[in-house]
Design a protein around this ligand. Structure first.
Ligand code: ADP
Length: 680
């Protein structure tokens, strides 16, 4: 059976009209209300629809609260014949305002156009919306104000820290300087102890202040990194040098291993790299009482222009519980922050390291277990340098193919020695104890392929190095093997004792790559003329003699007109272990530099005939006759004025010392400049 179509009767329509929840209104375009349902009149507070219609049509004229919205409403209807969701305000009988939403359309009734509107009271929704909007605006305002306050406070904090640190630093420098001078005078032992304690305390205080200064500078965004060429290996070895003494005092090993893929030269900020490494390795030494600390450096990634290097500082110390690891890189945080804690510190080191690595576009992190040691690592991105290799001086002898045997417990040191020796073409073997070493030496000798050298660590499990030394030197088949002792202890008188046993070299850890290289050069000085060889062989190789030998090979020219100053400078240089030739003016300097190869010229700026500026220009001029246009030129001038340095650098000079020359400053400048070149 099919359903009969449903038809709504007129009564039903009326019912809907009368009882609808929406207000329904019919009106003319002139604003006359033609009809309204009861909901509509109730909505506006009238007792009946008749009252409503009468009041509007005869008295008020409109129930729109704002004429502009009424005009807009009409305009929309005229244009589109229908309007949806038109939101506006209506005026109630009691002059209160309500919010409504209107759906309306235009109908035609007996050729007249009328408006049919369905009206919903949305006052509650609007109130909620308005309250939300006000709250939101209020919140935005508060956030803005707070951000402004915080920014100001942060800047004020940064400025305050920077100013305060600077203010404290100035008198601290005075204290440190004066104590230094005091220590140079005649003091009793007790006075020396007191003065040294003052110096040590002042030094540590200065370290803390420097930390705070750095931190506040980075925090305030005032920190700029340098971008200069430097040697990564040198920085790592410098750090090892600085910490070696402390490590040895605690009887722990300190080793460095730089992977052979890591280029030596890069462009970046060497001072800041050193600072991060010092922070991390300083912590490792501080928090390790047994075992060893190692710095390992690997190549992480490479692009056409940049190179990312990963540095790891590994220790076997107290470790850090996992729940404490997260906060470590925040400022002023320490695992143990009780006042009775065993280890001192500000808790700033890691925060600064993190900021610095971020400035170097790198990351920092750690893996650690309580009681099991820690590995702190960081990465840094450097620009590639045009210099790709560390140029070690060509050996006067060829050590390639020499058979070496290493006996060393510490894995990192062993790896470092193996890497260095192999890269110079040596054949490297390992022995794990004294007995095995002697067996290997005998076997090789009987096979007719004797080892040429033994690199021996002082700490061997089964025999003392003296026993091994005697065993080798008293055996006619082994006695020619060169013995090199590596020691962590460096006790007074030890070197002489080992020399007597027949050791050729005695090196204290950490042994730098360049030192091992110089050592090889000295112990295998085979192709020197007989008399030189004798002289060489008689030299017992130590770090000291390596330095001496290196310095004595450096060719320095002193250009200075004043005889007293000449004498003074020569004496100073001699005291530092250097020899130099002297000329009296720029013209003579050019002549000598044309005839002979020099590594450095110390150039007085004011000289008769040709002054230092002009002489430097001639030297740098590739058309001039001097044989080394790249010679290091260090200016010496009496004007310690601001801008002098720039003037010297502009004239092609590399560095600058002011007169009167201070021995320490001269020594530092020479070392800094010499580290850039390798003397052949
Ligand atoms: P501090 O000046 O106190 O050493 P740092 O920021 O350098 O400041 O280190 C913060 C804390 O991290 C240290 O106080 C220590 O608790 C912990 N820490 C850092 N390095 C090590 C480490 N190698 N072994 C154990 N704990 C470490």
């Amino acid at each position: 059976m099919t359903q009969k179509p449903f038809r709504i009767s007129d009564d039903q329509y009326k019912n809907i009209y009368e009882n609808a929840v929406e207000g329904i209104l019919h009106s003319s375009f002139q604003g006359i209300i033609l009809a309204s349902n009861p909901t509509m009149s109730r909505m506006l507070g009238y007792n009946s629809k008749d009252e409503f219609i009468k009041f509007i049509n005869e008295e008020s004229g409109s129930f729109f609260a704002e004429q502009t919205s009424y005009d807009e409403f009409l305009m929309l209807l005229k244009s589109y014949d229908t309007v949806s969701n038109f939101e506006c305000k209506f005026l109630c009988k009691d002059r209160n305002i309500i919010w409504v939403s209107i759906h309306a359309r235009v109908l035609t009734d007996n050729d007249n156009k009328i408006i049919e509107s369905f009206i919903q009271d949305i006052t509650v929704r609007k109130m909620v919306e308005e309250a939300l909007q006000t709250a939101y605006e209020e919140m935005e305002k508060r956030v803005e104000e707070r951000t402004f306050e915080l920014k100001n406070a942060n800047k004020a904090k940064g400025d305050f820290l920077a100013n305060m640190s600077h203010e404290i630093r100035t008198p601290m420098n005075g204290i440190i300087g004066m104590v230094g001078l005091l220590l140079d005078t005649n003091l009793t032992q007790e006075q020396i102890d007191c003065a040294k304690t003052i110096k040590n305390s002042a030094d540590s205080l200065l370290d803390i202040i420097n930390d705070i200064l750095d931190f506040s500078k980075i925090d305030a965004g005032k920190f700029k990194l340098e971008n200069i060429e430097f040697d990564i290996r040198k920085i790592v070895e410098d750090v090892a040098d600085l910490l070696a003494l402390k490590a040895h005092q605690k009887n722990i090993e300190f080793a460095t291993v730089v992977h052979h893929e890591v280029p030596s030269f890069v462009k970046g900020d060497p001072g800041r790299l050193r600072q991060i490494l010092l922070n991390l390795s300083g912590n490792s030494v501080k928090f390790t009482d047994k075992g060893d600390v190692a710095i390992r450096v690997n190549l992480e990634a490479e692009t056409e222009k940049n190179i990312t290097i990963k540095f790891m500082v590994i220790d076997t110390g107290i470790g850090i519980p996992e729940h404490n690891q997260e906060v470590l890189f925040k400022s002023f945080s320490q695992v143990d922050n009780t006042s009775t804690r065993k280890y001192g510190g500000t808790g700033l080191g890691l925060a600064i390291s993190k900021q610095l690595t971020e400035l170097m576009n790198g990351n920092i992190g750690l893996t650690s277990k309580s009681g099991k040691g820690s590995t702190f690592w960081f990465t840094a991105v450097f620009e590639k340098s045009a210099i790709t290799q560390t140029i070690l001086p060509a050996l006067p002898i060829n050590i390639s193919g020499k058979r070496m045997i290493i006996i060393e417990d510490n894995i990192s040191n062993r790896e470092a020695f193996c890497t260095y020796l192999s890269s110079w073409g040596c054949q490297v073997s390992l022995a794990s104890n004294g007995k095995e070493l002697l067996d290997l030496l005998y076997n090789a000798s009987t096979k007719g392929e004797p080892f040429h050298a033994v690199i021996l660590d002082q700490m061997i499990s089964d025999m003392t190095p003296e026993m091994i030394g005697h065993a080798i030197k008293s055996n006619p088949y082994l006695k020619d093997i060169v013995l090199i002792l590596i020691t962590s202890l460096g006790l007074r008188g030890d070197a002489a004792r080992f020399k007597d046993i027949g050791f050729a070299a005695y090196l204290t850890k950490p042994v730098k790559r360049s030192q091992l290289y110089e050592c090889m050069l000295m112990v295998f000085g085979e192709n020197y003329t007989k008399s030189e060889e004798k002289e060489y062989k008689e030299v017992f190789v130590t770090k000291h003699s390596i330095e001496e030998a290196k310095k004595s090979k450096i060719r320095i020219l002193l250009a200075e007109d004043n005889p007293v100053n000449q004498k003074l400078a020569l004496r100073l240089l001699a005291k530092l272990g250097y020899k130099a030739d002297v000329v009296g003016n720029g013209k003579e300097a050019i002549k000598v530099l044309t005839d002979k190869y020099y590594d450095i010229v110390l150039m007085d700026m004011q000289m008769p005939e040709m002054d230092g500026y002009e002489a430097s220009k001639v030297i740098r001029d590739t058309n001039s006759s001097v044989c080394n246009h790249n010679i290091i030129i260090i200016a010496m001038t009496a004007h310690a004025m601001k801008g002098d340095r720039e003037k010297c650098i502009e004239s092609g000079m590399d560095d600058y010392v002011s007169k009167p020359i201070q021995p320490e400053k001269l020594s530092q400048t020479l070392e800094k400049q010499l580290s850039r070149i390798n003397v052949k």
